[in-house]
Design a protein around this ligand. Structure first.
Ligand code: UN1
Length: 498
């Protein structure tokens, strides 16, 4: 397509129309691999736009909530077909705005496709329960009902997958929604919204407001017409979201940081563990909440593992994600790059051993992007800040350990609890790890990344607040239970008494 690379001016999507921000301000979407490249201009929305979007969602709520779920699902099926058809184009758009390599952006669009089909299928399930009553001649059952107007705030690292994780269950359950995607990656949300619009989603059911957190996100949290909020992002902002939801008792789902670990035991298949640690640590430039930023290796194989892992990390080809040879893309923006650089310095100051990387890439091929070398620290102490705090970049800390019990305590001794992994051939250790690792997701002989859409996704401690997304677990957040009794005895029956 000749026009595919021409920057465009985009609009918000409110009540089924593409409309300008009432403040008239715009924000640029630039390619993190080449900041000279303008991908598009999007509205920098304000509270006026948010309130128009919420009003539209509120007005559409009754009609959509009364639409039979299998009919709602038909629209999702059609949207999924559109995503399938346009997958390659949407993946390319995503690489240009987010930077991750094409194989990964194809995976991101695929994850949105998977989620859309999964939730479309839920339109014909969405099971409730029937159960005996304790009294004669009385029925007892429960059904899922829509929870209301949903405010959805999404991050830049999975620009289409995560919006789909939130929109699709919200919509199939009969909610209407206002979505505010990250300011760094609006185009992928635009593409997703276009697919839903083309699939026939009625006006007002999904509204999209582009902009930054303070101006376009915060007003969603304060709006009295919003009943539930789902947020994915940093723990710091998650706390603000949670506090903003509390005064009006909004149902609030938070998906926040991680400090995920891969544990490599002496008996592991080492080549497999090295492949896993590379993919877990440097996939998406380490910018996943599931990224393996800690790799703990048992002392018997530590030197051998470290040597091979460092060599592989050093050889990763860093560049523009559209180049088929590229293995790792840039950081999303200048701020993220400087966070990475700050943590490299912290690691050096803490006396971790910088084994490879540690610098921004500034040669001619990289100078226009936010590129950082794949970086490995070795001989780390698990209490160091680089082993405790989320970096969200291409930095992996190797931690040597003695016993399986030591590994468990290193793994669990962090504030986060999203994902953990163990490489071992010992079935007892594998099963104990599954039981004792205090994370929402545990992998055996696979890295910490790669969750599938039909299983619950989420974490413990400072990673989450108890809710899960994905799988049928998502329905628990996006619907409320309603309990139904019918007494056909024709007399007063008293529960717990008669
Ligand atoms: C995230 O990093 O925010 O399991 C989500 C994975 C992906 C999702 C990651 N399927 O790594």
């Amino acid at each position: 397509m000749a026009t595919a690379f021409a920057p465009r001016v985009y609009k918000n999507f409110i009540n089924g129309e593409w409309v300008e921000s009432c403040g008239g301000k715009g924000m640029e979407n630039r390619n993190p691999a080449n900041r000279d490249e303008l991908v598009g201009t999007f509205p920098a929305s304000n509270s006026g736009d948010v309130s128009a979007a919420v009003d539209a969602a509120r007005a559409a709520f009754r009609g959509w909530s009364l639409t039979p779920a299998p009919k709602r699902a038909e629209i999702l099926f059609r949207a999924a077909e559109i995503l399938v058809r346009r997958k390659e184009e949407f993946a390319r758009d995503m690489t240009r705005e987010m930077g991750k390599v094409l194989a990964e952006t194809r995976g991101d669009v695929q994850e949105a496709i998977d989620m859309t089909y999964l939730m479309a299928g839920e339109g014909r399930r969405m099971f409730g329960h029937t159960t005996p009553s304790e009294l004669p001649n009385k029925t007892a059952s429960s059904v899922r009902v829509p929870a209301g107007v949903a405010g959805l705030i999404t991050p830049w690292n999975f620009p289409m997958a995560i919006p789909s994780w939130k929109c699709m269950p919200a919509l199939v359950c009969g909610n209407t929604a206002v979505l505010k995607p990250a300011e760094d990656t609006p185009l992928s949300t635009f593409n997703l919204t276009q697919a839903l619009d083309e699939a026939g989603l009625p006006a007002g059911v999904l509204n999209v407001v582009f902009g930054d957190g303070p101006d376009a996100g915060a007003p969603i949290l304060k709006n009295l017409q919003v009943d539930l909020v789902s947020f994915t992002g940093s723990t710091e902002i998650g706390r603000i979201v949670s506090e903003a939801c509390a005064p009006t008792f909004k149902k609030c789902h938070l998906e926040m940081g991680g400090k995920n670990i891969i544990v490599v035991m002496d008996d592991a298949n080492l080549d497999l563990a090295i492949d896993g640690a590379l993919w877990g640590g440097f996939g998406t430039t380490g910018q996943r909440c599931t990224a393996a930023s800690r790799v703990a290796v048992q002392k018997g194989v530590y030197r051998h593992f470290a040597e091979k892992f460092i060599a592989r990390a050093k050889s990763l080809k860093v560049g523009d994600g559209l180049d088929p040879d590229t293995q790792m893309g840039p950081c999303i923006n200048e701020q993220q790059l400087s966070t990475v650089m700050k943590y490299v310095q912290i690691g050096i100051d803490e006396r971790a051993k910088l084994a490879t990387g540690g610098h921004r890439l500034e040669d001619a091929a990289h100078a226009k992007g936010w590129f950082h070398e794949p970086t490995v620290f070795t001989d780390c102490d698990p209490q160091m800040r680089i082993c405790q705090e989320e970096i969200f970049g291409p930095v992996v800390s190797l931690i040597p350990f003695d016993t399986f019990d030591d590994a468990l305590s290193i793994a669990n001794n962090v504030r986060y609890g999203l994902s953990a992994s163990i490489y071992t051939r010992n079935i007892n250790h594998a099963l104990q790890a599954q039981r004792d690792l205090e994370t929402g997701i545990v992998y055996v002989n696979a890295p910490t990344i790669g969750a599938e859409v039909h299983l619950p996704f989420g974490g413990t401690k400072n990673t989450g607040n108890g809710h899960r997304e994905s799988g049928t677990a998502a329905l628990d957040f996006y619907s409320d239970w309603k309990t139904l009794y019918i007494d056909f005895s024709d007399r007063l029956q008293r529960a717990q008494i008669d």
